[in-house]
Design a protein around this ligand. Structure first.
Ligand SMILES: Cc1cc2ncn([C@H]3O[C@H](COP(=O)(O)O)[C@@H](O)[C@H]3O)c2cc1C
Ligand SMILES: O=C(O)c1cccnc1
Length: 813
C-alpha cells in the first residue's frame, strides 16, 4: 500500500483530510467477543450486520473482553429478591385471591422456577444454542462473565475499565447517538415499617440506605442522589415509597419481562399460579372502572390447531411482502407457540361493558381496548414474577380468530397469549438479540414542554439537530488500521480492489470494528416535496407528477421499487412537502412541513423554521429506520423541479457558477435550460445566501426534500450507519449536511454519478468517488440502490477473503 493510499483511508481525501484530528477515548470490542453473543434472527444471513451497531464493551486489545452489561440488567446491584410478591405490607402488590395454603409439590416447584430464571437471565444461551464462534470468542466467553446481552447499540453503559490496552479513539458506538445525562431519581430507600416507627426512625433508615434502587437505563448521567432538588427531597421522605427490595422486585419484573416464543416446557401451570396471574390482570386500571376484559383459557387442541393455522397463513402473507434481506431473517423467526405451551389465554374486550354512561369512554371509545391492554400487561408482569413465559401472537385477523374461538360477536380479541414455563427468559427482547430491531434510547422519547425539545428530567433540553451534530465524529482509527492491515494481508495483489478498498476501510472505521458489519438490511427513504420555483417554467412536467409518483412508489411501480426489489432493500416514502393531499397508507410517512416551497426567485423558499422542521424530520426517519434494524440507509427523492433547487444549493455551497452546475433535469431543451440557469442566478441574487449558514441556505434556495435529506444524512452519520447517496438532489443535500457538520462525510458513500453536471461538482467538493457511473439521471434513489451490492461486497471482502497466511498462498517476491 502506498503512502497515498494510507492517507486516503484515514478520512476524506484531498484538502479536507485533516478533519480526523480530534480524538476521543477509545472503546472497542474484539470481534470474537461480540460473535459469541450473536444468536439471533439475522445470524441466518451471511454475517449480516453481525455485531452491527453492537459495541458491547470496552477496548481490551486482542484478548477477551469484559462484557458491557445491559443497563436493564444490573447484576452487580441485584440483590436476592425474596419470593414473588412480598405480602405483609398493605402498600404492596395485590395478594393472590385464595388464602395461600401450604404449597403442594407443583407449587413449590413453580416457586423454584420463578427464582431460577432470574439467576440465569443474564446468562448467555445454553452452550448448545450458541452460534459456533471463533477460537478467540470461545476463549473470551469462557473467561468472562455472561456476555453482553444485546447489540447494545442503544445502550450507553458506563465504560468499564479493564486495565488493558486502550487507545485514544473516538468512542465506538455505531448506531448510538451518545446519550446525554440525567436520569431517574435515586432517592434514599424507605420502608413502611420505618415510617410507622416514627419520623426519626424513618429518616435514619432513609439515610442508611446504601443500595441505589432501580436504574432503568444507564444512559442517564444526570444529577447525583445528593442533588438537593425539591422533587428529590420530597421523594426521599415519601411514606408511600416501597422499600428497596420491593421496588427492585417491581422494576425487575418490568425489565425482565419478555415476549417468549421458544423453549417452552410442557409442564402445566398450576391452577394457583394461573389464578394469581389472572388476579393481577384483573386488578388493572380501566376507564370508568368498566373492567371490560375477559380471559378465555384455551386448552382444547382442536381450537388451538385452528388458531395456529390462521397464524400460519398470516405469517406466509407477511413474509411475501418483505424485502429479500428481511424475508431471509424472518424465515428463521418463530412467531407463535400456540401448540407448544400447555395453555393459551385469550384476553378479550367488551367495548359495551358498563353501559352507555361509562365514565371517560364517551369521549374516547378506544379506552376500553386500552384498559384491556393494561390487563394484559399486568398479566405479563405477574407471569414473569411467577417464572411463567408469555408469547403474544398477533399474526391473525382479529375477526378470524374471534370466529375460530366462537366468541360472542360483541367481544373483540385484544391479545392471544401462549402461556407456559420456559427453559430461559432471553436477557433482551429476542428481536433485539437477533438485530431485527433495536431499543430506542430513553432520551429519544422524552420531550419537554414541546414535542421535539428532548431532555431527560434534570437536563437541559436540546434540539434534535443539536444533539445529532454533537454525535457526529471521526472514523475510528483503530478499526481503520485493522482494515488496512487486513487488506495488506489479503490474497489480492495490492490495490487490486480499487475504490472498494477505501470503501471497506471506511465502513470499518465508521462501525468501529473490523471487519465491518455487512450493510444489510438496507432501506431507501424517498423524500418527496414540491417546489414554488416550478412556476418559473424550469421543467416540462406538471407539478402533480410529484404526488402521482408518490402513489406509484407506494404501489411498487417505479424504478426505485424495481431496483429496491433487485437488491432486497425496503422502500419508505416520506411526504415532507408534497403540495397535494396523500392517502394514509403503510409505507408513506406523513411528515408534511408545508405544501411545497415558495418560489425562490421571489424570496426565500422556506422559513428557517420550516427548514429546521424538515431537517429534523429527516433525522427522525434515519433514527426510525436504524432502530428498525437497518444497517444501511439510502437516499431517494421525488419533487418536480428539484434539480433547479439542487443547482442553486450546489452553486451556493461550492461557489461554482450556476451555468456549470445547472443541468437538464428531466430533459429540458436548450432554451429551457438557458432559462433554468437564469432562474438559478436570480434566486441566488434575490436571496443573500451565506454558505456559513447552511440552514439559511437550505431555507433560501432549497427544497423541503433537500432539507429532510440533509437531516437524514446527518442522522445516519450520528448513528454511525453508512448512508448511500443517490444523484444530484442527494449531492446537494450532502453539501448542506457537510456544511452543518463537517465530519458527516465519513458516513457518506456516493452510490453513483448522475449525468447532471452539478452532481460531479458536489461529489468533488465532498471528496466522494461514485461507485456506479452509467449516465443515469433519474433520482428516486435509483443509482444508489444499484450500488448497494458494491457497498456490501466491499464489507464482505474484508470479512471473508483469506489472508496469504491462512490460505497458504505465497506473497510476491
Ligand atoms: C415521471 C417522473 C419520474 C421521476 N422519478 C424521478 N424523477 C426526478 O425528476 C424530477 C426532477 O427533475 P426536474 O427538476 O427536471 O423536474 C424529480 O422528481 C426527480 O426525482 C422523475 C421525474 C418524472 C417526470
Ligand atoms: O441526478 C439525479 O438524481 C436526477 C437527475 C435528473 C432528474 N432527477 C434526478
Amino acid at each position: 500500500m502506498t503512502g497515498d493510499d494510507k492517507r486516503r483511508y484515514s478520512g476524506r481525501r484531498g484538502a479536507k483530510d485533516n478533519r480526523d484530528s480530534a480524538r476521543r477515548p477509545a472503546r472497542d470490542v474484539p470481534r470474537g467477543a461480540r460473535e459469541a453473543t450473536a444468536r439471533g434472527l439475522l445470524d441466518g444471513l451471511p454475517e449480516a450486520g453481525r455485531g452491527a451497531g453492537a459495541p458491547t464493551g470496552p477496548v481490551t486489545g486482542s484478548g477477551g473482553t469484559a462484557p458491557r452489561p445491559n443497563p436493564f440488567h444490573t447484576p452487580e446491584k441485584r440483590q436476592p429478591v425474596p419470593g414473588p410478591y412480598a405480602r405483609p405490607e398493605p402498600a404492596a402488590a395485590p395478594p393472590p385471591e385464595p388464602e395461600p395454603v401450604p404449597e403442594p409439590e407443583p407449587e413449590a416447584e413453580s416457586a423454584d422456577r420463578s427464582a431460577a430464571p432470574a439467576d440465569t437471565s443474564a446468562d448467555p444461551a445454553p452452550e448448545s444454542e450458541r452460534e459456533p464462534t471463533s477460537t478467540t470468542s470461545a476463549a473470551a466467553s469462557e473467561s468472562v462473565p455472561p456476555p453482553p446481552t444485546t447489540p447494545s447499540a442503544y445502550v450507553a453503559e458506563p465504560h468499564q475499565e479493564t486495565g488493558q490496552e486502550q487507545e485514544t479513539e473516538p468512542p465506538l458506538e455505531p448506531n448510538v447517538i451518545p446519550l446525554r445525562g440525567g436520569g431517574p431519581d435515586r432517592v434514599p430507600a424507605t420502608t413502611v415499617e420505618a415510617y410507622a416507627a416514627g419520623p426519626a426512625a424513618y429518616e435514619q433508615r432513609a439515610e442508611s440506605s446504601q443500595e441505589p434502587p432501580f436504574a432503568p437505563q444507564s444512559e442517564p448521567k444526570g444529577p447525583s442522589p445528593s442533588d438537593a432538588s425539591p422533587r428529590r427531597a420530597l421523594a426521599g421522605h415519601d411514606p408511600h415509597t416501597y422499600a428497596d427490595a420491593e421496588r427492585e422486585a417491581v422494576y425487575r419484573a418490568i425489565r425482565e419481562r419478555r415476549d417468549v416464543r421458544m423453549g417452552f416446557r410442557p409442564d402445566p401451570v398450576p391452577d394457583e399460579v394461573l389464578t394469581r396471574i389472572l388476579t393481577a390482570a384483573h386488578m388493572a386500571p380501566s376507564v370508568g372502572f368498566s373492567q371490560p376484559w375477559d380471559f378465555l383459557i384455551v386448552e382444547d387442541p382442536d381450537v388451538r390447531t385452528r388458531v395456529q393455522e390462521l397464524a400460519q397463513t398470516q405469517r406466509e402473507e407477511y413474509a411475501r411482502a418483505l424485502p429479500a434481506a428481511r424475508a431471509r431473517a424472518f424465515s428463521g423467526l418463530k412467531v407463535e407457540a400456540i401448540l407448544d405451551t400447555p395453555i393459551n389465554v385469550v384476553v378479550t374486550v367488551d367495548p359495551t361493558r358498563g353501559g352507555r354512561h361509562t365514565l371517560g369512554r364517551h369521549a374516547q371509545p378506544q379506552t376500553a381496548t386500552y384498559s384491556t391492554a393494561l390487563a394484559v400487561q399486568n398479566l405479563w408482569l405477574a407471569a414473569r414474577a411467577e417464572g411463567v413465559g408469555i408469547g403474544w401472537v398477533s399474526f391473525f385477523d382479529e375477526r378470524d380468530v374471534a370466529s375460530a374461538l366462537d366468541l360472542p360477536p360483541h367481544l373483540q380479541v385484544v391479545a392471544y397469549l401462549c402461556v407456559g414455563y420456559v427453559e430461559d427468559f432471553p436477557p433482551e427482547p429476542e428481536l433485539a438479540l437477533g438485530g431485527w430491531a433495536q431499543r430506542r434510547p430513553l432520551s429519544w422519547a422524552v420531550h419537554r414542554d414541546n414535542y421535539g425539545r428532548r431532555g431527560l428530567p434534570g437536563e437541559e433540553p436540546t434540539s434534535l439537530l443539536e444533539e445529532t451534530i454533537a454525535a457526529i465524529g471521526p472514523l475510528n482509527q483503530r478499526a481503520v488500521r485493522e482494515a488496512e492491515d487486513r487488506h495488506s494481508r489479503m490474497t489480492v495483489p495490492p490495490g487490486a480492489l480499487g475504490e472498494l478498498q477505501e470503501v471497506s476501510v471506511r465502513l470499518a472505521g465508521l462501525a468501529g470494528e473490523c471487519p465491518p458489519p455487512i450493510p444489510e438490511p438496507a432501506a431507501v427513504a424517498i423524500f418527496a416535496g414540491d417546489h414554488g420555483v416550478h412556476a418559473q417554467g424550469v421543467t416540462s412536467w406538471p407539478q402533480e407528477v410529484t404526488g402521482q409518483m408518490v402513489q406509484n412508489f407506494l404501489a411498487g411501480g417505479a424504478v426505485a421499487n424495481a431496483f429496491a426489489e433487485q437488491v432486497g432493500a425496503e422502500v419508505t416514502v416520506v411526504d415532507v412537502g408534497v403540495a397535494g393531499d396523500l392517502p394514509t397508507v403503510p409505507g408513506l410517512l406523513p411528515r408534511k412541513v408545508a405544501r411545497g416551497t415558495a418560489d425562490m426567485t421571489q424570496g426565500p423558499a422556506m422559513t428557517r423554521t420550516q427548514a429546521e422542521f424538515a431537517i429534523e424530520a429527516g433525522i427522525e426517519v434515519a433514527r426510525d429506520l436504524s432502530s428498525a434494524g437497518n444497517r444501511c440507509l439510502i437516499t431517494g427523492d421525488m419533487g418536480i423541479a428539484n434539480t433547479t433547487a439542487s443547482a442553486a444549493l450546489i452553486a451556493a455551497f461550492t461557489g461554482v457558477d450556476p451555468a456549470e452546475v445547472t443541468g437538464r433535469g428531466t430533459g429540458v431543451d436548450d432554451a429551457m435550460h438557458e432559462h433554468k440557469i437564469e432562474v438559478v442566478r436570480r434566486a441566488l441574487a434575490v436571496n443573500a445566501v451565506e454558505s456559513h449558514d447552511p440552514v439559511g441556505v437550505l431555507a433560501a434556495v432549497g427544497g423541503l426534500e433537500h432539507a429532510a435529506l440533509a437531516g437524514f444524512i446527518l442522522g445516519a452519520a450520528a448513528l454511525r450507519v453508512p448512508v448511500l447517496l443517490d444523484g444530484v438532489i442527494a449531492g446537494a443535500a450532502a453539501l448542506a449536511a457537510s456544511a452543518i457538520a463537517p465530519e458527516v462525510h465519513h458516513a457518506c458513500f456516493a452510490g453513483h454519478r448522475s449525468a447532471e453536471p452539478g452532481h460531479s461538482v458536489a461529489l468533488e467538493h465532498l471528496g466522494l468517488q461514485p461507485l456506479v457511473d452509467l449516465e443515469m439521471r433519474l433520482g428516486e434513489g435509483s443509482g444508489a440502490l444499484l450500488a448497494l451490492p458494491l457497498l456490501q461486497g466491499a464489507a464482505r471482502a474484508l470479512r471473508s477473503v483469506a489472508t496469504f497466511d491462512s490460505a497458504g498462498v505465497s506473497e510476491r517476491a
